[in-house]
Design a protein around this ligand. Structure first.
Ligand SMILES: [Zn+2]
Ligand SMILES: [Zn+2]
Length: 387
């Protein structure tokens, strides 16, 4: 992230909010995080590139892709997206080598992809057997569990021509993957969360930001001692300045940066709880809910308990479970995501969407008193700075 001197805008755009099956109103999982103008993608379900085309997210600005787990509804869109982003091609008819086969020799920084074991094999095998050439390099860093085989990565294929050999296998320390990426402005850590297959939750943390400055507090001192007003920018950064009369001015203390917790599918995210503490924003799945009057698919024998038990047994959460976790970590804001195809996501297409989403938010609110929002496709908002 060289050249990005400081963050002011953090924007989230939901590109897909469906669980197992997409619907008319919800595409498979993908979320774009915009850090100023850079784009990081979290998951890349089928047709994510189509969703990007319909949104204000710019495909060419994607720098990193974080995969939560290798279930198809979170990764099936990755290969076509890479092919489009990186000027992919399918070879030449006359057998003359296509220069796009040599993406790894491209001088640009590789697109970085993070995910659990299997991510690298999925991409390498998929590119190989679809004869896909890429015009730019990529690299895959895998977040390895202690139970993963220490050697190998589920593929015996050699590196793809566009794959950088610098992909890391990142091991846990104290049960988490700390600082899998960091620069001066932002860092990413991760931890496993419990699902039916290995699954990862990501925590994106902004570095501490300059405190609020009250110029009136400093100006008289600067004038009195003929100190150039330009030192204000140093004070703003939290520095202390000694004036010619010996008085020391101390800039305002830095404030904590914003913290975003982006979870994949889960029936119990507790291994990430400590990393996620005091998040400004938690994105948590709520695949199924018990909505006896509103949801015509409700079975007569269903109860809250039976729906929760069934949801958990499939590796997923109810809104109440999401709300309870938001309360546990003291999150300021909760966004519910990854809904069953039976819950429509757009009022204009299905007039029941609003009523059902409000009911789902109320269920999460049984355990959580912060702001609750139900994600829908193309929902986009800025994460506010601390005041
Ligand atoms: Zn899923
Ligand atoms: Zn899943």
């Amino acid at each position: 992230m060289a050249g990005r001197r400081g963050l002011s805008a953090i924007n989230l755009t939901f590109l897909g909010t469906a669980s197992a099956q997409p619907s008319l109103t919800r595409n498979h999982s993908a979320l774009a995080l915009r850090l100023n103008s850079d784009v990081w993608l979290f998951d890349c379900g089928e047709a994510t590139q189509h969703q990007i085309q319909k949104s204000t997210v710019r495909m060419g600005k994607i720098e990193k892709i974080f995969i939560t787990h290798t279930h198809g509804d979170h990764i099936f869109g990755l290969l076509p997206l890479l092919a489009s982003m990186m000027n992919g091609a399918g070879g030449t008819a006359n057998g003359i080598e296509d220069p796009r086969a040599h993406g790894v020799q491209d001088s640009s920084d590789p697109i970085e992809i993070y995910g659990p074991l299997g991510t690298r094999a999925y991409i390498r095998n998929g590119l190989k057997y679809t004869h896909t050439l890429l015009g730019a390099p990529y690299v895959v860093h895998e977040l390895r569990l202690p139970s993963d085989p220490p050697d190998g990565d589920y593929t015996s294929l050699a590196l793809h021509a566009s794959e950088s050999p610098n992909g890391r296998n990142i091991l846990q320390t104290n049960g988490v993957w700390s600082d899998v990426y960091h620069d001066a402005i932002v860092s990413v850590s991760a931890a496993p969360i419990l699902h039916s297959v290995p699954c990862v939750g990501y925590v994106v943390t902004e570095a501490p930001v300059p405190g609020k400055m009250d110029p009136a507090k400093y100006k008289p001192h600067l004038k009195r001692t003929n100190t150039p007003m330009s030192v204000m920018s140093r004070l703003q950064q939290g520095e202390s300045i000694e004036l010619s009369d010996g008085i020391i001015l101390q800039g305002p203390p830095r404030r904590p940066g914003r913290k975003l917790v982006i979870l994949g599918d889960t029936y119990d995210p507790s291994p990430i709880a400590e990393l996620a503490l005091s998040a400004d924003l938690l994105i948590h799945e709520a695949t199924n809910a018990h909505l006896p009057v509103l949801d015509s698919n409700t079975k007569a024998e269903d109860t809250f308990e039976s729906v929760e038990e069934r949801t958990k047994s499939r590796g997923h959460s109810t809104p109440q479970m999401a709300g309870a976790f938001a309360a546990q970590i003291g999150a300021r804001q909760l966004v519910l995501n990854h809904f069953s195809a039976r819950y429509p996501g757009n009022d204009h297409v299905d007039p029941t969407a609003k009523t059902i989403m409000e009911a789902i938010a109320r269920l999460a609110g049984e355990h959580y008193s912060g702001t609750i929002t139900c994600a829908r496709d193309f929902m986009s908002f800025d994460v506010k700075e601390h005041v």
